[in-house]
Design a protein around this ligand. Structure first.
Ligand SMILES: C[S@@+](CC[C@H](N)C(=O)[O-])C[C@H]1O[C@@H](n2cnc3c(N)ncnc32)[C@H](O)[C@@H]1O
Length: 321
């Protein structure tokens, strides 16, 4: 997979919100190109513990098929069955690259959000402008584009490495008819690091004199794991959501120092009300929780690469009027 970085992106990885400064250094050292050829495997080799079965290729292509039934009512009712196939390029969840940037792989919550989006595709299609925050590889934003091809979909992340893969995934999965130069396309990748100033700038940049550039549907999956970004997250949503807009968020419960109660309390402070519309099924939860508990560090917002999160909850937020 050959990917190029966009020089306009600000260099930023989400390691900066998950690790204390000194630990960012050690995470960087782990991925420092100067250490190429001097990987953990080499250390193991020196110790005589080289694992010949170790998986050398960190890349992964995540493939999905969504079967969506669309019912249109005009003078007659028409039912169309659509098959949406997506190939999302990224890294294995356990790879070193994900240590630095969690957006380089795909997380369980994004799949739950996909199911919710398919089940509520009619509501999604009513959104003339759709925004994904913290998109990582972009699965949810790309699915939004495929479910609502007439809507403008802007898929964002703050992480510059994730943006590189996100651009690639949009290019390979967008609807035919969107030409190679992006002309006639209705899906756009754009870097957005949350915060009041950044989101105001983002809004101005995407402004057109003819229409509002706010978004009627905002989606996000698995973006809650560091308390320092909860205020910037709500600032961003407050700046970018239309008056009648909705924010769909898939929340994966993790052992991190930020709870959903804190996030919901902040939502109220920022003027939103909310509804819990879905919770992942109990059997999945038990299995996942069993695997997960030891994998998350309670003191730092580390998302351990070997484990997935506990249950997933889907919340719908609206302005509290
Ligand atoms: C755990 S990953 C989830 C990726 C994807 N949504 C998924 O569910 O597979 C969290 C994503 O949120 C992004 N993120 C975290 N804090 C952010 C911030 N302050 N501004 C922008 N993006 C942020 C990270 O870069 C990362 O891509």
């Amino acid at each position: 997979m050959t990917v190029t970085t966009n020089e306009e992106d600000t260099q930023w990885t989400d390691a900066s919100i998950r690790w204390p400064d000194d630990e960012v250094v050690s995470a960087n050292q782990k991925l420092d190109p100067a250490r190429e050829g001097e990987s953990d495997d080499d250390d193991e080799e020196e110790n005589g513990t080289f694992d010949i079965f170790a998986d050398q290729d960190p890349h992964e292509i995540f493939s999905f098929r969504f079967d969506v039934t669309e019912v249109t009512n005009s003078s007659t009712t028409t039912t169309t069955n659509n098959k949406i196939l997506l190939n999302i390029h990224g890294y294995k969840t356990g790879s070193d690259e994900v240590w630095q940037s969690t957006g380089l792989t795909l997380w369980k919550a994004s799949k739950y959000l996909c199911h919710y989006m398919c089940a509520n595709a009619d509501e999604l299609r009513q959104g003339t402008r759709i925004l994904e925050l913290g998109a990582g590889l972009g699965l949810n934003g790309i699915l939004a584009h495929r479910l609502a091809p007439d809507s403008i979909v802007v898929v964002t992340d703050g992480d510059s490495d994730a943006m590189t893969l996100l651009r690639k995934n949009i290019a390979v999965n967008r609807l035919v008819g969107s030409d190679k130069n992006g002309e006639n396309s209705t899906i756009y990748p754009k870097q957005l690091i949350w915060g009041l100033d950044q989101s105001k700038k983002f809004l101005n940049e995407s402004s057109s004199s003819s229409s509002s550039s706010k978004f009627s549907v905002i989606i996000a999956s698995d973006v809650i794991y560091a308390s320092v970004v909860i205020d910037p997250l709500w600032e961003t949503i407050r700046t970018l959501l239309t008056d009648d807009g909705v924010f769909w968020m898939a929340f994966a419960k993790r052992k991190v120092p930020v709870t959903i109660d804190f996030v919901l309390q902040k939502a109220r402070e920022y003027g939103f009300c909310y509804e819990l519309v879905e919770k992942s099924n109990e059997r999945d939860d038990e299995e996942e929780e069993g695997n997960n508990d030891d994998n998350i560090d309670e003191n730092n917002s580390k998302i351990d690469n070997d484990g997935e999160a506990g249950p997933v909850f889907i919340y719908v937020f609206r302005w509290d009027v």
